[in-house]
Design a protein. Structure first.
Lengths: 567, 305
């Protein structure tokens, strides 16, 4: 028996010797994994984390579907890959009315991938379809910015009364409810892409279910790439769309998009060279962060998303704003992001993250235990111990649990408050949030467009996503006034005032601003880190002359010099 | 024989019916809806979505409709993958899971039986101890440890096989080994035990007395008797390879139906949950039937009719 154990030990030692010696070779490289492309020239292999629900722009409501739509369809404007500033796309230029409510877009002559001409009617069709209740679009609310959008979705007005009209085949007029200064930025969102009306009609004529129009055997698109293959839950293949108006500047010939859900598996595939870029929507496992940071192909940038806790402001004792503020100030956010989340997140007490053009963040204190104790004493609980029970709910996830446990400890330590944690399965968690059946509840919010309004709207009285039961006429009026304002600077000042007003009442506790951590092979060029995590494949290319032994620069910054963006 | 089969198949009907009723009730009792999300969906739109799937009708009516569709072989539409029917999703994923389970089964049988035979005929030697120690390790190491270890050594260090994915034969090897090893270990122990029981019985002594070669005795006489416990273990083992592939399929990103077991329930994808539960229930019942029949062939003392 001893002899056998000895033999087994020898085998184990052998395996680990092989593993570690080859491991040592890898560690000496400044890159994480292989840096030799495993595929043909100008081909890109990426990950899109999961099977998208819809690839139909009018119905899509998830980031995995959005990633595909952004690269296979093109709207009136496109976001600049680095600055996200709206650039001409299908529209070459546009006029804006004096009151800022009516936009007139002039469309370039362009074609669908089947050679059919694209006209303003395709946009009218797409946007009417978005708000039409018959479509059942989860993102129909994106169309409420258009005149009559809300009424149509409620079935109170006819679809053709929507404020989107084709003045001729290449002029499109859009009438908005309010003069929204962020409209052009928002317009590059995937919900507003054109839809090939002729294809849907054709399918109907042939008796084929119209819902299947985005399958590769049918799909017709107008973006830089078109889908040629879709293996359910495995991968999709895209090829350069030769009918695309700007096809001459597209360098990649082929893009293979896999759907790998596990971030660890995706990372392994990256190491083995099966991914050039594990994709924008795949976050890297937090436990590897310290290890990955040393490699040259590791990148991180802030992301337009906030992690926060909703407070149900009608349930005692949290109906008292002093206690809510005390809870917020007792959280050491810097320590939270440094020791718990560890992904380079930025601790913040603001609802609106930094980085939105023209908006000066509030930069509220991220940690002030002395003031927190003072507020709690003012509320009548000097030691915190006699405060009635408080429960903090979060949906099942190791990350959320760790954050909740850290905050539970901070509240106990700084304020003497005992908080109970409640871990709930996702759909149960959502049902409880909807029915306001909680005291404190975790949430994250990703901005749909680069404007503070995408975050501030959350706290308006009639916002269905407001899970605080907090409502203020003053706040609503401030936001309303801001949206009516035609002067962008003045508008942002009003929004800032509104944010300060709301956070004084603390209906939610912001914790940190998200970051995106990425691994990008050094031979991939044309990826910019931007806060909406939009990375059009159109600008990407494979640098075949890349030499790992040469001192090379960060591909993210090198890209800027290489790519000419049409302005 | 045919009468037995017909009787056993007919016996399955009430069992399946109870499973349909119970799973339908359970899945609907769970709080939350397939359409709830962190971003609010306007009420009118939500009603349209519910109407599309018939969720706006009273529950008994929905059940009758589901049963009617089921009898026609229609498992309904998925809410998570709205462009796919449950039939299509299962048709896509089940062959993948079956392939994986088949590889795992072959691997576990090959390794398990070989190790078991060696252990038994070389009882209490180094060979026996080595095989049984390996079996003990195999049983003790869960797939979520073995899988990543294999990836680390075989894929990332030795660069022999891909770390994940599906499509080529290379993709089946690591998940197959990961899934099969734990069963190989059990099979080795069962085979060894079975062989040791048979090895001293009268019919083996008779075979030896007849002057048969040792090889023939082992293969034809000993193994046949020794495999009985293995066969009865295989029924639930195959079923558990199929259901237990959840973890392995996640680690190796295998597009089988394993992950739906958990994900479809989390997503409240009602029809997909029902479809998967029914498929597995049916498979489990079917495997039990197969095992009962195999018993008759392996042990002449058992009269299956």
């Amino acid at each position: 028996m001893h002899k056998t154990t000895f033999q087994s030990c020898v085998i184990l030692v052998l395996i680990f010797t092989i593993a570690t010696t080859t491991g040592c070779q890898q560690q000496s490289s400044p890159y994480f994994g292989t840096v030799k492309p495993q595929h043909g020239a100008q081909e890109l292999w990426i990950n899109n984390s999961s099977e998208p629900e819809w690839l139909d722009p009018g119905r899509c409501s998830d980031s995995t579907g959005g990633e595909i739509i952004w690269n296979t369809f093109e709207g009136l404007v496109q976001a600049h890959p680095a600055t996200l500033k709206p650039l001409p796309a299908i529209a070459t230029h546009w006029d804006i009315s004096d009151d800022g409510r009516v936009y007139r877009f002039y469309l370039r002559p362009s074609f669908w991938s089947d050679g059919h001409p694209l006209t303003a009617d395709d946009f009218v069709f797409a946007l009417q379809r978005l708000v039409d209740p018959q479509t059942g679009s989860k993102y129909a609310s994106n169309g409420f910015i258009f005149h009559q959008g809300l009424a149509i979705s409620r079935g109170e007005a006819a679809v053709d009364t929507l404020g989107v009209r084709a003045l001729d085949s290449h002029i499109l007029e859009i009438e908005l409810v309010d003069p929204l200064p962020y409209f052009l930025n928002f317009l590059s969102f995937y919900s507003f892409m054109p839809i090939p009306q002729h294809l849907l009609q054709n399918l109907q004529k042939r008796g084929i279910d119209q819902d299947l129009w985005t399958r590769p055997e049918h799909v017709v698109c107008n973006g830089a790439f078109r889908m040629t293959d879709w293996q359910f839950r495995q991968h999709m293949t895209f090829e350069k769309n030769t009918q695309y108006w700007d096809a001459a500047s597209v360098k990649l010939n082929r893009v293979r998009v896999a759907m790998v859900e596990s971030s660890t598996t995706a990372m392994n595939m990256y190491v083995a060279g099966e991914f050039d870029w594990p994709g924008g929507s795949t976050s890297l496992p937090a436990e590897f962060m310290d290890h990955l940071e040393r490699y040259k192909d590791f990148h991180s940038h802030p992301y337009l998303g906030v992690y926060f806790y909703w407070i149900n402001t009608t349930k005692p004792p949290l109906d008292n704003p002093l206690i809510r503020r005390a809870l917020s100030l007792a959280i050491d956010r810097d320590s939270l992001v440094k020791h718990v989340t560890r992904g380079g997140q930025i601790g913040s007490s603001d609802l609106v993250p930094d980085g939105l053009a023209g908006y000066e963040g509030l930069h509220l204190p991220v940690y002030d235990p002395v003031e927190a104790r003072r507020l709690l004493a003012e509320a009548g609980y000097p030691t915190g111990q006699d405060l009635p029970g408080v429960t903090l709910s979060f949906n099942t996830s190791e990350g959320h649990k760790q954050v909740a446990e850290a905050i539970q400890a901070m509240w106990q330590q700084e304020l003497g408050i005992t908080v109970e944690l409640e871990n709930q399965e996702w759909k149960v968690f959502l049902a409880n949030a909807e029915q306001m059946n909680f005291q404190i509840s975790r949430m994250g919010w990703i901005g749909d467009y680069a404007d503070p309004y995408t975050f501030l709207e959350l706290l308006t009285s009639d916002c269905g996503n407001n899970h605080s039961n907090w409502s203020s006429k003053t706040y609503d009026a401030l936001l309303e006034r801001a949206n009516q304002h035609n002067d962008p600077e003045e508008r942002l000042k009003i929004l800032r005032k509104a944010e300060a007003f709301a956070l004084e009442e603390q209906p939610l506790i912001p914790l940190y601003v998200y970051t995106r951590t990425q691994l990008i092979k050094p031979y991939v060029r044309g990826i910019w880190g931007n806060h909406q995590d939009r990375h059009p494949w159109k600008y990407m290319w494979i640098d075949e002359s890349f030499d790992p032994y040469e001192e090379s620069s960060d591909p993210v910054s090198k890209s800027r010099k290489d790519i000419q963006v049409h302005e | 024989m045919i009468r037995l089969l017909v009787r056993r198949v007919l016996e399955l009907v009430p069992t399946v019916l109870v499973i349909v009723v119970a799973s339908f009730a359970l899945v609907r009792l769970a709080p939350g809806s397939p359409f709830s999300s962190e971003k609010e969906i306007p009420a009118e739109i939500r009603q349209k979505l519910e109407a599309k799937y018939g969720f706006d009708k009273p529950l008994p009516e929905q059940f009758v409709r589901y049963l009617g569709n089921l009898l026609q072989g229609d498992l309904g539409l998925s809410t998570k993958y709205p462009q796919r029917t449950v039939n299509e999703i299962i048709a896509n994923g089940f062959p993948v899971t079956l392939t994986l389970a088949a590889v795992a089964l072959l691997w576990s049988l090959f390794v398990g039986i070989t190790a078991g035979i060696i252990g038994a005929i070389r009882q209490n030697t180094v060979w026996d101890h080595a095989a049984m120690t390996a079996a003990l390790v195999g049983i003790s190491v869960p797939s979520f440890v073995l899988g990543p270890l294999l990836v680390l050594v075989v894929s990332l260090r030795l660069h022999v096989l891909p770390p994940a994915g599906w499509g080529d034969w290379q993709h089946v090897v690591l998940p197959g080994l990961t899934l099969g090893t734990i069963y190989a270990a059990s099979i080795a122990r069962l085979t060894r035990g079975g062989m040791l029981e048979v090895i001293r019985s009268d019919f083996i002594r008779t075979a030896r007395a007849k002057g048969l070669s040792e090889k023939l005795i082992v293969w034809r006489h000993m193994l046949r008797g020794a495999l009985l416990p293995v066969v009865s273990y295989l029924g639930p083992a195959v079923a558990s390879m199929l259901t237990g592939s959840v973890v392995v399929e996640k680690i190796f990103n295998v597009p089988g139906i394993g992950p739906y077991f958990v994900d479809a329930a989390f997503n409240r994808d009602y029809f997909l949950v029902m479809g998967i539960v029914l498929l597995y229930a049916f498979f489990l019942l079917f495997m039990n039937l197969v095992v009962d029949i195999l018993y008759g062939f392996l042990d002449p003392r058992i009269d299956i009719s």
